[in-house]
Design a protein around this ligand. Structure first.
Ligand SMILES: Cc1cc2nc3c(=O)[nH]c(=O)nc-3n(C[C@H](O)[C@H](O)[C@H](O)COP(=O)(O)O)c2cc1C
Length: 178
């Protein structure tokens, strides 16, 4: 069975990123082995631009929570990146994760994997444009197939449940991933 991994970059475990991601997971759980991890549970250090990932094993040599996350990513067929919008961008922990993707530029291990993004924001889609563009370019650089973006106008915990358009878009994304 194929694997689907949600990389949840919200500090709020029951927040809107989780509402949207879990709705997606529920619809795909008979077709994928699914898992959601919370990036704030892991210690992820910044990329130091040491360039060790450009030689020999083409792996990151830092020893921290990323070792476990790299393994999960390597095993996954579909990656869902979930992040609330913080100041027009992804959360710091999400950006920390993306910066540590440098090895994938060399080792090409993400090639042909599928990915989608889940972005709740208080103002809705208007503030998601830069983050969507960032992810699209990351996926392009790493040869990952971009499957779609879910934006949602949600601010307080649970608001996403009431964003019917966003929930519908989650259903459409789930169908695309079947
Ligand atoms: C530090 C911070 C910055 C934020 N910046 C924005 C922003 O630029 N635009 C926006 O629409 N919402 C912004 N928000 C609101 C969050 O995106 C929104 O509450 C979201 O639903 C949180 O998702 P979560 O429940 O998964 O944590 C910000 C929230 C915080 C805490």
């Amino acid at each position: 069975m194929q694997r689907l991994l949600v990389l949840n970059g919200s500090p709020r475990k029951k927040g809107n990123t989780s509402v949207l991601s879990e709705y997606l997971l529920n619809q795909l759980s008979s077709n994928y082995k699914t898992e959601q991890i919370f990036l704030y549970d892991y210690s992820i250090n910044p990329c130091m631009d040491c360039r060790a990932c450009k030689i020999d094993e083409l792996e990151c040599i830092l020893e921290d929570g990323m070792s476990e996350i790299y393994k999960k990513i390597d095993q996954a067929d579909v990656l869902i990146f979930g992040s609330p919008i913080y100041w027009f961008g992804p959360t710091a922990q999400t950006k920390m994760l993306i910066d540590r993707f440098r090895p994938y530029f060399s080792n090409k291990k993400l090639e042909k994997k599928k990915a989608a993004i889940v972005l709740p924001a208080g103002t809705g889609s208007a503030d998601c444009d830069l983050t969507t563009e960032m992810f699209k370019r990351v996926f392009d650089a790493l040869d990952v197939d971009f499957m779609g973006v879910i934006t949602s106008k949600s601010y307080d915990v649970g608001d996403a449940y009431n964003d019917k358009k966003a929930m519908k878009n989650v259903e459409l994304l789930a169908q695309k991933l079947l």
